[in-house]
Design a protein around this ligand. Structure first.
Ligand SMILES: Nc1ncnc2c1ncn2[C@@H]1O[C@H](COP(=O)(O)OP(=O)(O)OP(=O)(O)O)[C@@H](O)[C@H]1O
Length: 286
């Protein structure tokens, strides 16, 4: 079942006379239960995409659906409901997800109180979530008494408090060392596998993106390529991961030819296309 669909998604920021096209016709499909990584250079539009999916920011044009919700046509009340129940959002700076004067348990409790969950249910669920994320021993500590990795795990537990179907995490390992970031990423994978939550993670970290089955690359506000990974078994019984890169084609048939391919063959404005029985060739115009 398809959970997230973005088609030709556009987000333009206007600051005074300056217009920034953060998303320039982005296409993305995510199936229920998937865990994907979104990668791309700084400024390519990753955070913008995540804020739109989180219902925090609104697209300028195009189509964006998450479950039954049309993100371009939501009323203010729908948006509150959507943010409370459908998606959980872990923001880029760890500290912005946490409240300095509350304990981990109180922070996980807060979104459930807003959703009018009963006290008994809140107690039960916050204990389960802190346990699932391996931070139950720190339930009574405040953010200042937790390490970076523990803070991030608590932030993930807070995002999952109202049992959302989708978890969006913006650079969850950006501020952590390699060992801690592997642990936090492991926690996200557990959440995906054990709770069945669909996970979309924005990351700069190749070690992180190498651990998910699907990585979507964004370039200049568009999805440019996808890497799919699968585990293959060799003749000797050993297993290894095969990663294959695909270009992404939009509904109008547009694809981005990677820059190194263009440069290698000096492809510029015009190219020759030819249809062969089972493939298409692209040649320089000369
Ligand atoms: N609120 C805003 N107002 C104006 N421009 C913005 C705003 N938010 C983002 N932008 C611009 O939109 C573009 C995409 O930004 P975005 O933060 O989505 O990229 P990113 O890929 O997440 O980058 P990073 O990895 O550095 O976080 C950038 O050029 C950025 O300067």
């Amino acid at each position: 079942m398809t959970l997230i669909v973005c088609e030709s998604l556009v987000r333009i920021y206007q600051t005074g006379p300056v217009e920034v096209q953060a998303l320039q016709g982005l296409d993305l499909v995510v199936e229920k239960g998937e865990m994907i990584a979104v990668v791309g250079a700084s400024g390519s539009g990753k955070s913008t995409l995540l804020s739109i999916l989180a219902g925090v920011d609104a697209p300028t044009a195009g189509r964006a659906h998450v479950e039954q919700w049309d993100l371009l046509a939501m009323s203010r009340a729908d948006r509150v409901r959507y943010r409370r129940h459908t998606v959980g959002f872990v923001r880029q700076q760890t500290a912005s997800n946490l409240i300095p004067y509350l304990t981990a348990r109180q922070m996980v409790d807060l979104p459930m109180t807003a959703a009018r969950t009963s006290a008994g249910e809140r107690r039960k669920r916050s204990a389960e979530l802190l346990e699932a994320l391996g931070v139950s021993a720190y339930a009574d500590r405040k953010p200042g008494q937790l390490s970076g990795g523990q803070q991030m795990r608590v932030a993930i537990a807070v995002a999952l408090a109202n049992q959302p179907h989708v978890l969006l995490a913006d650079e969850p390992t950006g501020e952590l060392d390699t060992a801690t970031s592997a642990e936090v990423f492991g926690a996200l994978r557990d959440v995906n596998r054990d709770l069945g939550v669909t996970v979309v993670v924005v990351t700069h970290d190749p070690a992180v993106s190498g651990q998910v089955e699907r990585t979507v690359a964004i370039r200049d506000g568009r999805t440019s390529s996808e890497v799919l990974r699968r585990t293959a078994t060799a003749d000797d019984g050993g297993t290894h991961v095969i990663a294959e890169e695909y270009a992404v084609m939009d509904r109008a048939g547009r694809i981005q030819v990677p820059r190194d391919y263009r440069e290698a063959l000096a492809l510029t404005r015009r190219v020759r296309l030819a249809l062969e029985p089972d493939h298409i060739t692209i040649r320089p115009d000369a």
